[in-house]
Design a protein. Structure first.
Length: 335
């Protein structure tokens, strides 16, 4: 390659060439020279990069409780990457991932907290404007809109949190829009929500938990209509299990993955349920084969696992020391 020719390549052409690189190659390209490192962090390049179709999707697994390092699995290449997050501030909590963005709560020195958004690919983050109320509970939902208008330079996103207000007293739902850079107060709900939401057909779904005889049991599922700002409870009776349930969106279907038991507190298997909107019932989709279940949760009595949806696939791993993923192909009903 003639350096006199390629060394003077116009920057707009170079932007387009680099934008078509696979994500893993793009990260490596930053170490080629300072010019490439500067180009791949510029707003012009990010605008072009966001419009290139068929981007690799990642699965993130945080490697330490302080969120300073994350392992990235790229299903397309079946490879793992180590992505240091040392550039993030200290005291990070309630991390949620959507559309390539990390949303997290940062604890301030005065005892209050702020919501922040981060792009780990560009190693940039920002503190969002102050919430209108005081942070309360664990509800954090993020939705990224990848549909670009001609005059937009990046995707837009919304963040849903729960806050406490003194006047009038009570809990409120606040939504931050990157389009307006403002928080707005929407419909209220007093439910005890958890993190780990699923976005499906315009609704953010969250689980609620209640204490029963010393055990925290999943008490139901609530849906937040993102456009109308209204909460509704899914009236479908919960399946007969209460062990580590997860909500996952898969190809427009709302699924629940959880352990089931033959006697209290002893997990004997993992199942996948689908919420049937027409009948408002949880229907059993598949049960994990026993040999895979025993590989996933090897320790006797241990019942906690992670679960994440990725396109048409669902990935499950043990919480504390994951040694493998168990993968469920939803359309083919195959483990």
């Amino acid at each position: 390659m003639d350096p006199h020719l390629w060394g003077t390549l116009p920057e707009d052409i170079l932007d387009r060439v680099l934008a078509w690189l696979p994500t893993q190659a793009l990260i490596r390209s930053r170490s080629v020279c300072s010019r490439w490192n500067s180009i791949t962090s510029s707003n012009t390049f990010l605008h072009i990069y966001s419009r290139v179709p068929s981007k690799d999707s990642w699965i993130l697994m945080f490697a330490d409780p302080h969120y300073k390092s994350v392992f990235v699995y790229i299903p397309k290449t079946n490879k793992w990457l180590n992505m240091p997050l040392g550039f993030l501030p200290s005291h990070v909590d309630n991390v949620t991932v959507a559309g390539g963005l990390l949303c997290f709560r940062m604890l301030d020195s005065n005892g209050s907290s702020s919501m922040c958004i981060c792009n780990p690919l560009t190693r940039t983050w920002r503190k969002l404007p102050p919430m209108l109320g005081r942070w309360c509970g664990n509800l954090v939902g993020v939705v990224v809109d990848n549909e670009h208008l001609e005059n937009e330079e990046r995707s837009t996103y919304k963040i849903v949190v729960q806050t406490k207000h003194m006047v009038p007293y009570g809990l409120r739902t606040e939504v931050f829009s990157s389009h307006t850079d403002l928080w707005t107060i929407t419909g209220a709900s007093e439910a005890n929500f958890t993190t780990g939401s699923a976005f499906c057909n315009g609704h953010l779904y969250f689980m609620t938990w209640e204490a029963h005889n010393g055990e925290f049991i999943c008490d139901g599922v609530y849906a937040y209509n993102l456009e109308q700002g209204i909460w509704n409870r899914a009236l479908a009776p919960m399946p007969y299990f209460y062990i580590c349930p997860h909500l996952v969106e898969c190809g427009g279907h709302l699924l629940m993955i959880g352990g089931f038991w033959e006697q209290p507190a002893i997990t004997v298997g993992i199942r996948v349920w689908e919420l049937k909107q027409a009948t408002l019932e949880w229907a059993i989709v598949e049960t994990m084969p026993q040999h895979l279940f025993k590989h996933l949760l090897k320790r006797p009595g241990y019942r906690l696992f992670n679960c994440v949806g990725h396109g048409e696939l669902i990935y499950l791993s043990e919480c504390l020391s994951p040694q493998l993923f168990v993968v469920f192909d939803f359309p083919r009903k195959r483990w």
